[in-house]
Design a protein around this ligand. Structure first.
Ligand code: CO
Length: 467
């Protein structure tokens, strides 16, 4: 039997899930050098929230981080997470931005692009798949795992086959909320392995306490690759621990071949960094809580804390359970979107508004209206006429690929940073995140003492005021 391969996620998802993506490039570089020797299939070190956090909170150039990592990682593949047409942001970008961004990512050192669409709408991956393949990089298509009456084994298998036909070099089951139950993971992997030619990878989180068990069952079913995080940045809302799983497999039929001694040394180094953030409070011990309710309510760990802070702001913390019960209703009304960025925050906000106003859809954020209008893609299940009317009235619903309606965006981005940009990468940073990029580029020219907006804690992108 083939060995199980590991993708190390601590330097992307690990610190994103546990400590708001605050690891700096300086802290990351000595770690990747050792990781390069440990026997990983890949290191996921870029994309997701790392790009935004670098610019917004760390006053760092994310492109520079990638290049510096690439210089030190000579044997192992570098992986990034990309939200399809949303790239690393929260809206659809025009095709010219997507094309340039994918090209520059590969040019600066990325080997594997893991790409997904929050709604599993394959049309939102057309451009990123095409360009990734053109650049000669490994294109991994991720299916967002969720459960609902439409998210059946057939649904996921058809989607995976569709992605394979579109050119995917591998398929990832992306369980962003950590809700895949071990025996369900077994069934799904078994089915995908039987029907796909390309390798299958599983990504989950330990939030609900079932992550490592899901991996073991997936491994028994023949999964090729699993995502783990080195122990100091593992478990809780992060991934199951690398060393623990490597030890579990040692001596068995699907031994991983990971260098356990070196993993121990890496863990010692990472512990020092982790302890710094534990001490200064950036790593909140709450993220390590086991939350079996995630499976019950289908709510990812990050979304639980978001809901709580929204309710706190409104002084209505006692409504927490009520809001949690409202989430599945809103999700059903909206055609069962997977609860992943940006849909998780959108659905969560709507649930909060429904409860706080005491009336469903009395207040509706702009993003929900856009969603019902089809601006994010096609929902997994149709939205009822009744809900549609309630949210957007008689407005028409878009049925084309949303990005088909967007004019090229690079020319105006180039113009906007004409005096500040030194490269195409700078222009892309601006095209994705105008304000933080502008602040970063200005600060690079005329350094001020403190990084800009360092006090903001979360990235606001839902335009709504709480009642
Ligand atoms: Co994840």
């Amino acid at each position: 039997m083939n060995p199980v391969r590991f993708t190390e996620t601590s330097l992307r998802d690990g610190h994103q899930s546990l400590m708001a993506t605050r690891l700096s490039t300086e802290e990351i570089l000595p770690i990747v050098e050792k990781m390069d020797e440990a026997g990983y299939w890949a290191l996921e070190v870029w994309g997701g929230a790392t790009f935004d956090a670098s610019l917004r909170f760390l006053n760092e150039d994310p492109w520079d981080r990638l290049r510096e990592i690439r210089k030190r990682v000579k044997k192992t593949k570098l992986q990034m997470l990309l939200r399809g047409q949303n790239l690393l942001g929260y809206r659809n970008y025009a095709d010219d931005v997507v094309e340039a961004f994918v090209r520059k990512s590969v040019e600066n050192g990325i080997d594997i692009i893991r790409v997904f669409d929050a709604l599993n709408d394959w049309r939102n991956l057309i451009t990123s798949i095409k360009i990734t393949k053109e650049c000669g990089a490994h294109c991994q298509c991720a299916i967002c795992y969720t459960t609902s009456e439409v998210h059946t084994l057939d649904y996921f298998t058809d989607l995976a086959l569709k992605y394979e036909a579109m050119g995917a070099d591998s398929i990832c089951i992306k369980d962003m909320a950590g809700i895949i139950k071990p025996y369900d993971a077994y069934e799904l992997v078994k089915r995908l392995k039987a029907q796909l030619k390309v390798p299958v990878e599983l990504h989950t989180h330990s939030t609900s306490g079932t992550g490592a068990m899901a991996y073991l069952k997936a491994i028994e079913a023949g999964v090729d690759i699993v995502d783990t995080a080195i122990s100091p940045l593992a478990e809780g809302t992060s991934q199951p621990a690398t060393e623990s799983l490597a030890m579990t497999l040692a001596g068995g039929p699907r031994e991983s071949g990971m260098n356990l001694e070196l993993l121990g040394k890496i863990a010692t180094d990472v512990k020092v960094v982790r302890d710094k953030y534990r001490k200064n409070g950036v790593l909140n011990p709450k993220v390590m809580d086991v939350e079996p309710k995630s499976i019950l309510y289908q709510v990812p760990g990050g979304m639980l804390s978001n809901l709580l802070s929204q309710l706190k702001t409104a002084g209505q913390e006692d409504k927490f359970e009520e809001v949690l019960r409202e989430v599945p209703q809103v999700r059903k009304d909206l055609g069962f979107p997977p609860l992943v960025t940006p849909l998780s925050q959108m659905v969560g906000t709507q649930a909060v508004l429904n409860i706080l106003t005491g009336q469903r859809y009395k207040m509706i954020p702009k993003e929900i209206k856009d969603y019902v209008r089809g601006a994010y893609g096609t929902p997994p299940a149709p939205i009822s006429k009744e809900i549609q009317k309630l949210v957007i009235g008689d407005e028409a619903v878009i049925t084309v690929r949303p990005a088909d309606l967007l004019e090229p965006e690079l020319p105006s981005a180039r113009l906007a940073v004409a005096g500040l940009s030194r490269s195409e990468e700078d222009v892309l940073s601006y095209a994705l995140f105008p304000q933080p990029a502008l602040a970063f580029l200005q600060n690079r020219e005329l350094p001020i003492a403190e990084a800009t907006s360092a006090k903001e804690d979360t990235v606001p992108y839902i335009t709504v005021t709480m009642p």
